[in-house]
Design a protein around this ligand. Sequence first.
Ligand code: OGA
Ligand code: MN
Length: 238
Amino acid sequence: ARTVARHRHFRDYLLLKPDSSAYPDATIDAPLRRIIDDLHDRGWSEQDGFLSPALMHALETECMASAKNGMLAMARVGLGATSSLQPAVRGDRIQWLEAGQSEACSQFLAIIEALRTALNRELFLGLHDYEGHFAFYAPGMSYQPHLDRFRGDDSRTVTITVYLNPAWLPEHGGALRLHPEGAATRDILPIGGRTVVFLSADMLHEVLPATRDRIAITGWFRRRAMRAPLAGARNHPA
Ligand code: OGA
Ligand code: MN
């Protein structure tokens, strides 16, 4: 039954990928092209070198300064009034990115914006905005298996995580473990400059504990909530 639901999701999002010969895409950078193709073909993508080393370093420095200055808050589980602190479920501390908070963040958000418009143009995803935060996992902290959607809010559509950890080694642990439906589990080390993109509604995933600080920017492209318009529409039982 879950397989059927997943395919319905894929059709909703991704059926209309244009024929690239009909829509020449010379303006799309190679990493964006690969992300688009991977999302279309299997619902997730892993790319190295998504950020330049210089930008990665600037963001790493900014995130570690925020951590040191007490500007990171324990992340919550759930939405709004019913959200709660559950460090054994989710052990990271976060700081939401604000446009203009630094030159590095502005550059990062410009790259994210290019990804957003490419996804809309190529996959007709209708993504209208982005929200993202620095995330800091102290050694031993983890995030139990979850989907990046809140009950009652289906606006988060694409998850993007960009890692900011220089010189990460396998023995440090801290993998992002993907559980793609119908495919083998995939462990991805949080190596600096690497980015992982997936469809938020479909991809069960978790963060394994590490032996050193583990930092990233995780964020989401959102669509306008579908719930209200669908409720009264024909052929879409509420
Ligand atoms: C999240 C998350 C993955 C990672 O913040 O929701 O799953 O690798 N992060 O940090
Ligand atoms: Mn997640």
